[in-house]
Design a protein around this ligand. Structure first.
Ligand SMILES: [Zn+2]
Length: 346
């Protein structure tokens, strides 16, 4: 899922996002409740209509942003009280209010409201935090209004402790959700630890429902998570990096600001069919970033979103053909093989 935090995938027309192959976007309760406000979006017909994205939307419940963005916060049994990072105004979020906001936004996939456990954390504190999130998960499920075409996902917590992850997965399955997310990862534990947690957590989740790894990641992280049984991802990397001139390609990550591209007439990724690769040269893209032209971030984001969608399409095709292992091997051969050789004289 491309990330459209505040009701916009940065630097992209919604039509262009759709053209990358994306079928669903991520929006954010925390940002949209502060500006323009959930009631305002509802009055204007919901988020699909407001942002001209007539396709599915998943919304993050706000728990992670309360933890990562807001200034002063107080978490108690009821919910979270925090100050806006925009103007310092005071707000509260509870499971019931988060689910109500996601309903007002007309989100197709609602996420349960949870507390993001910080990392590192003691097992005792991780247990306290996870059990609070499980009580909030039950309240979130209760507040969710069942309707056709809409669902709610629970979020497994428990940090890096197998017994806590198991307790959390079981608690969520007992409540019963339409899908299950693995939360509390990509918060500083590092890829090795993250894969270890996925190794034991993914198999604890129902096999016939979507498994969603939140906030991940780099292309190899997604390949490794799929290998462990994950189905869905969201990440700001393709868009955020795209605005900074970092392109993800079949030959790894490439920095377009690097002088080696200044006179290079080749496309960014010769195997990519996106508008940035089929119509422009590396030299032009390099020039746009050096000149700080807004078209640079637009084209690089366009390419990155195409690349991420094509990677996932390739993975889906390989799984259907029973060839995932071969696909992953070919992916690494390309991704770790290095960029195109330098041109003579560049
Ligand atoms: Zn491209």
């Amino acid at each position: 899922m491309p990330v459209g935090t505040v009701g916009s995938v940065k630097a992209m027309h919604p039509e262009a996002v759709r053209d990358t192959g994306a079928e669903i976007l991520l929006g954010n309760v925390y940002h949209l409740m502060l500006r323009p406000g959930a009631e305002r979006v509802a009055e204007l017909g919901g988020l699909h209509q407001f942002m001209n994205w007539p396709h599915p939307i998943l919304t993050d419940s706000g728990g992670f942003q309360v933890y990562s963005l807001s200034k002063i916060r107080e978490i108690n049994e009821e919910g979270a009280v925090f100050r806006s990072h925009i103007d310092g105004s005071k707000h509260q979020l509870s499971p019931e209010r988060s689910i109500q906001i996601q309903h007002l936004l007309d989100s197709n996939i609602t996420m349960a409201f949870d507390e993001c456990t910080p990392y590192p954390v003691s097992e005792e504190d991780a247990a306290t935090s996870m059990r609070l999130s499980m009580r909030w998960a039950a309240r979130s499920r209760e507040a969710f209004v069942e309707r056709d075409g809409y669902g709610i996902f629970g979020i497994v917590q428990g940090s890096v402790f197998p017994a806590l992850r198991e307790e959390s997965a079981k608690a969520l399955a007992d409540i019963g959700f339409h899908g299950y997310a693995i939360g509390g990862l990509a918060v500083g534990e590092g890829p090795e630890m993250m894969f270890e947690v996925l190794d034991y957590t993914a198999p604890m989740l129902p096999e016939d429902q979507p498994r969603y790894l939140m906030g991940v990641g780099k292309p190899p992280d997604m390949v490794e998570a799929v290998r462990r049984g994950v189905d869905m991802f969201d990440c700001v990397l393709p868009t955020r990096s795209g605005r900074n001139g970092q392109a993800f390609t079949r030959r790894g990550a490439i920095n377009l600001s690097n002088a080696r591209h200044a006179a290079d007439p080749r496309p960014l990724d010769p195997d990519c069919s996106c508008p940035a690769c089929s119509r422009y040269t590396r030299a032009y893209l390099h020039h746009l970033f050096r000149a700080k032209e807004i078209l640079g971030p637009i084209l690089c984001t366009t390419h990155n979103l195409h690349y991420y969608q094509e990677l996932m399409q390739g993975i889906r095709g390989a799984i259907e053909a029973g060839e995932f292992a071969a696909f992953a091997e070919a992916f690494y051969a390309g991704y770790e093989g290095g960029d195109l050789p330098r041109l003579e004289g560049s």
